[in-house]
Design a protein around this ligand. Structure first.
Ligand SMILES: CC(C)(COP(=O)(O)OP(=O)(O)OC[C@H]1O[C@@H](n2cnc3c(N)ncnc32)[C@H](O)[C@@H]1OP(=O)(O)O)[C@@H](O)C(=O)NCCC(=O)NCCS
Length: 166
């Protein structure tokens, strides 16, 4: 398995991963990737990919892409569920169902954190449903801490020491 930077050609795969990350398993039926890119609360994470601040990584094996993680700056006027600040990008991550539990998600998360650090990002945030123990585990293991949320959703932040002061 190889992890590489996301490119424009990966957007269709990332849209499929967006459906997995933004819609929990009990949402049935889930939107199609094309629909997810039209619904504001999910589209904001990926639409017009390639904006300033967008960073992403793709895991692939001989079959092609098997997972993706990316982060994006969102404005306070159109925040994501894991919004912390306008200069803290929010993470999306998902692995193809047939490849989960093989360490792909942890590799992707580590690569995205390293990439963000090298770009001078001061922190990364995310939201995770409390009924998603695998995601909670990999986030806590990576050092994310709870900074907010609700009874069902946790907002988490990882502060990066490499962050440049404004
Ligand atoms: C969340 C997701 C990205 C994780 O990727 P993954 O490749 O399955 O995860 P990994 O194999 O790298 O790591 C899984 C870890 O969770 C642990 N784990 C597995 N089941 C667990 C459980 N029920 N409770 C706690 N930890 C669990 C594993 O032991 C492993 O940790 P370890 O290496 O410390 O032992 C992936 O499962 C996924 O795509 N889920 C659907 C989309 C999603 O939920 N995205 C996140 C939205 S917030």
């Amino acid at each position: 398995m190889n992890v590489r930077p996301a490119e424009a050609r990966d957007v269709a795969f990332m849209a499929a991963m967006l459906v997995e990350s933004a819609y929990p398993p009990w949402i049935d039926p889930k939107p199609t990737p094309a629909e997810a890119l039209t619904y504001p609360h999910s589209a904001r994470y990926l639409r017009s990919w390639g904006r300033a601040g967008d960073l992403g990584v793709i895991a692939e094996d001989e079959s092609g892409a098997i997972g993706a993680a990316w982060c994006r700056l969102l404005p306070a006027s159109e925040p994501g569920y894991g919004f912390v600040a306008e200069d803290v990008p929010e993470i999306s991550i998902a692995v193809l169902a047939g490849h989960r539990g093989e360490g792909v998600g942890k590799r992707l998360l580590t690569a995205l954190i390293e990439d963000s650090s090298s770009h001078g990002v001061r922190g990364l945030s995310l939201s995770v449903h409390l009924l998603n123990p695998v995601a909670l585990h990999i986030y806590e293991q990576a050092g994310f801490v709870r900074v907010g949320g609700t009874d069902t959703l946790r907002v988490m932040l990882l502060t990066l020491p490499s962050g440049r002061l404004p």
